[in-house]
Write a protein that binds this ligand. Structure first.
Ligand SMILES: Nc1ncnc2c1ncn2[C@@H]1O[C@H](COP(=O)(O)OP(=O)(O)OP(=O)(O)O)[C@@H](O)[C@H]1O
Ligand SMILES: [Mg+2]
Length: 247
């Protein structure tokens, strides 16, 4: 597992032996994952593998039955509010106020986090998130999914979240929007944000993620450096690792 020992003491996310059961279903079963500043980790797995459950444990919306989840040293089970202070979550569909512009939405959502952004700062953050300048003052109901996600990234940048959680960030984006969004994600990582994304998108993980974990039956069964594999190799690994999986 690349990088785990070299950044000791600077861990943004540390999941150790996390387990979560729903009735008969063991959704997570001994999940281990550590993330450091500037790392982009893709949690790759089929429907039901436990991706959203992992995200919900990090956000403290669910409590693990076993193991621990820590964000910047804060136990998400014991102190979910404290842990969430370090996290920004970008859901699959970012909800914005349709009648407000991108600048107004960003200023509104950051007010909720106790910030008071000037219009100029809001525009700078939207630029850093990769939103086209022509969109800044347009009502958000004219925005595509990719544009809405960029406003979400700008909110995360404003709040200086140490960890950014993305759920299926590229599903429903056309190839050029997905490539463009990859650039935004990498730029956020270069500023020091650690990024965890849940995805099925084998073809984007190579350009977005520095680390890929294949999630099956509630644990990471293999971690790879995606640069060592081409798309065909990645697809083969994914299928082989998941063959016979009940997930
Ligand atoms: N609230 C719940 N109650 C009962 N079972 C649940 C609940 N949440 C998740 N599960 C079960 O836990 C397992 C993991 O679900 P999870 O939503 O984490 O998967 P996922 O990897 O996010 O899948 P998808 O790709 O479909 O979003 C599944 O079998 C699911 O049915
Ligand atoms: Mg899910």
């Amino acid at each position: 597992m690349a990088g785990v020992t070299t950044h000791a003491g600077n861990v943004v996310l540390e999941i150790q032996g996390a387990g979560k059961r729903f009735g008969e279903r063991q959704a997570l079963d001994g999940l281990d994952l550590s993330l450091h500043p500037s790392e982009v980790f893709a949690l790759l797995g089929p429907n039901g593998a436990g991706k959203t459950t992992t995200v919900n444990l990090i956000l403290g919306f669910l409590k693990a039955d076993a193991g621990t989840v820590r964000v910047c040293g804060v136990d998400a089970g014991a102190d979910p509010v404290g842990a969430r202070r370090h996290v920004a979550y970008i859901p699959e569909q970012v909800a914005l106020y349709p009648g407000l512009s991108g600048v107004e939405n960003l200023r509104y959502f950051t007010t909720l986090a106790g910030l008071n952004l000037s219009k100029g700062t809001a525009r700078t953050l939207l630029a850093e998130a990769g939103l086209a300048e022509t969109a800044y003052e347009r009502p958000a109901d004219s925005y595509s999914k990719g544009m809405r996600q960029k406003v979400g990234i700008a909110v995360a940048l404003a709040s200086r979240a140490r960890l950014l959680l993305l759920d299926e960030p590229t599903s429903g984006l056309d190839p050029s929007a997905a490539a463009d969004f990859s650039t935004t994600v990498r730029a956020a990582a270069e500023r020091g944000t650690a990024i965890l994304m849940a995805t099925h998108d084998l073809y984007r993980v190579r350009e977005m993620a520095g680390r890929v974990g294949v999630l099956s039956r509630g644990r990471i069964v293999e971690e790879i450096d995606p640069r060592t594999l081409d798309h065909v190799g990645l697809e083969r690994l994914y299928i082989e690792r998941l063959a016979g999986s009940a997930a």
